[in-house]
Design a binder for this molecule. Structure first.
Ligand code: MRU
Length: 364
């Protein structure tokens, strides 16, 4: 996507041919800053500290992390060490394991001298695959938005609620849940997006709002608990969110609070869609509630918020009493029965094992 007319992806190889450029997502929306990763440890830190985040981008960063490791030392011990350290940076998004496995499998049995070049090549393929995949998700999701626009008489914008950031910042480009919104906006279909702020890290208020603002898509930021009220009053035509891990029966694990939106959507007959690339499907599990590890992050993400003061300084402020404990669960699972449909790069399907294996027969 473009920022002030300049096309960007979220991750790239710099002109030196080996260091990895990323956008520092912790400084948005107040400053647009890019930075470089020069070691696999820096890649691991960027994922853990959420300098990069979003399931597909975590995977792409992990892949380049292995390439950086192979550049330093192409032996098996380094490969195993970097693989294990990168894998444990964030436990919920399966894309990380998918991408690390793809690189490691390509290096298996290769002589050391070839490993770094192959790792960079596979990391680049993962990125290209993600861009094409997300663009196709956008095309398939666009049809849903177009149908809704026609159904509502074509006279008013389609109101779409989303949670967290599943836009281009969460992927290499385009996004998952936001890709159909960009495609609809670009096709001239009027859309308006309700953006959940997404406490505690405010990916909605900071990142989704910044993206939509940069692209000129009309939107309104709301507190996380406003969605049910809006749905009761006919202000939401559809919800669409991303997912960090999707089970083979169609359960979806996404940013904490997604489940409550799905419950409110079901109670108000609002369609609830989930957009995902193939790399987010964990074919080894069925029951998301019992089988997906839920990341727990530092309590300070709940007790301390960051914001810009009137003088332009970005400062942290504590919002809880000293002595109150805080818990910080990063994700929740929305059972498949609450999902109206899965939007993938191969098309739309029911959130069921038959639906998913119908689109991906190679995993039946
Ligand atoms: O903790 P984050 O910011 O990495 O969580 C991101 C999300 O929950 C997204 O919705 C998810 O990765 C799917 S988007 C491509």
């Amino acid at each position: 996507m473009k920022i002030k007319g300049v096309p960007y992806r979220t991750i790239w190889v710099n002109d030196d041919g080996w260091s990895v450029g990323i956008i520092d997502q912790t400084t948005l929306p107040h400053a647009f800053v890019t930075t470089s990763l020069k070691t696999w440890q820096e890649a691991a830190h960027a994922i853990r500290a959420m300098i990069v985040r979003g399931a597909p981008l975590i995977g792409a960063t992990g892949a380049y992390g292995l390439a950086l490791a192979m550049r330093e030392d192409s032996g098996d011990a380094m490969l195993d060490e970097a693989y294990a350290a990168l894998l444990e940076t964030r436990p919920t998004a399966i894309n990380l394991k998918w991408a690390l496995d793809r690189v490691r499998n390509a290096l298996h049995n290769l002589p050391g001298v070839e490993r770094a070049a192959v790792a960079y090549r596979v990391a680049a393929e993962i990125c290209e695959d993600d861009v094409a995949t997300c663009s196709a998700i956008g095309d398939h999701g666009l049809k849903i938005i177009r149908d809704l626009h026609e159904k509502t008489g074509g006279k008013r914008p389609v109101n779409i609620l989303t949670h967290c950031n599943a836009g281009w910042l969460a992927t290499v480009d385009w996004g998952t849940a936001i890709a159909p919104i960009y495609k609809a906006h670009d096709a001239g279909i009027p859309v308006h997006v309700w953006v959940d702020e997404t406490r505690p890290r405010n990916q909605g208020a900071s990142l989704t709002a910044w993206e939509l603002n940069s692209h000129g898509v009309p939107h309104t930021v709301i507190v996380d608990n406003a969605g049910g009220h809006l749905m009761q009053h006919g202000q939401v035509d559809m919800c669409i969110v991303g997912t960090d891990r999707t089970t083979r029966q169609g359960d979806v694990c996404n940013k904490i609070g997604t489940y409550l939106k799905a419950l409110a959507a079901r109670d108000n007959d609002v369609p609830f869609y989930v957009a995902l690339p193939h790399s987010t499907i964990d074919w080894t599990i069925r029951d998301g509630v019992r089988e997906i590890p839920i990341e727990e992050r530092a309590a300070t993400e709940v007790t301390v918020m960051q914001g810009r003061t009137a003088s332009g300084e970005v400062v942290p402020v504590t919002i809880t009493p000293e002595g109150s404990r805080a818990a910080n669960y990063g994700f929740d699972v929305t059972p498949a029965r609450l999902v109206s449909g899965l939007v993938t790069e191969r098309g739309l399907c029911d959130a069921t094992e038959a639906g998913l294996t119908g689109l991906y027969p190679e995993f039946a």
